[in-house]
Ligand binder design. Structure first.
Ligand SMILES: [Mn+2]
Length: 195
């Protein structure tokens, strides 16, 4: 079965279309209007081996807030839809990702229960046209709309670009692991019967 989802969302603040294929190769077309955010989503897609299309028209004349947060909402929805009933998949995923001086940890659970734990102290308030405080907001929005548990932590780091990029790549790797087939299972991996 195809694990592909297309999700759209239009408000007065943003107009967003996301197509996600969990069984891709990392190829992506991403246009959010924020260069650094595009770079982050590219890292997520490439390292998760997800095919990803993201088209966003956001109110960047205000600031980057709505654009980044709402993209998290729509990408999360696409993840939730693409994983479907979560039968025969690993469910949990994790990654310890080094990037020069930075070491980022990500652990995820496709639990059906939204939760975000996020620890990263960025040295800069902005990277390019993206406010660093929006990185947490992105993952918070995504954790809710994907109904998944996400732990992200910078264990070591100094450069804000490295820290942000390591978080997005680690998330891609961890989500790839969580969505991988587990051929020994035909149902969802839980004692509850469903996730
Ligand atoms: Mn980079």
């Amino acid at each position: 079965m195809d694990r592909v989802a297309t999700c759209k969302r239009t408000t007065k603040e943003t107009d967003i279309a996301v197509t996600l294929n969990l069984d891709g190769t990392g190829k992506n077309e991403i246009h959010t209007g924020i260069g650094f955010f595009d770079h982050m989503l590219d890292g997520f897609a490439r390292h998760g081996l997800f095919d990803l299309k993201v088209e966003v028209k956001g109110d960047l004349f205000v600031d980057c807030h709505h654009t980044v947060e709402d993209t998290g909402i729509v990408l999360g929805k696409a993840i939730l839809e693409a994983v479907g009933e979560k039968k025969g998949i690993k469910r949990y995923g994790h990654m310890l990702l080094p990037m020069d001086e930075t070491l980022a940890l990500c652990a995820v659970d496709l639990s059906g229960r939204p939760y975000l734990q996020f620890h990263a102290d960025f040295a800069c308030d902005r990277i390019g046209d993206m406010d660093t405080e929006m990185i947490r907001e992105f993952f918070y929005a995504l954790s809710y709309s994907a109904m998944m548990n996400i732990h992200l932590k910078i264990l070591d780091g100094a450069n804000s670009h490295h820290m942000a990029e390591a978080l997005f790549k680690a998330f891609g790797r961890a989500l790839d692991m969580a969505t991988m087939d587990e051929p020994r299972l035909s149902d969802a991996w839980t004692t509850k019967g469903s996730l």
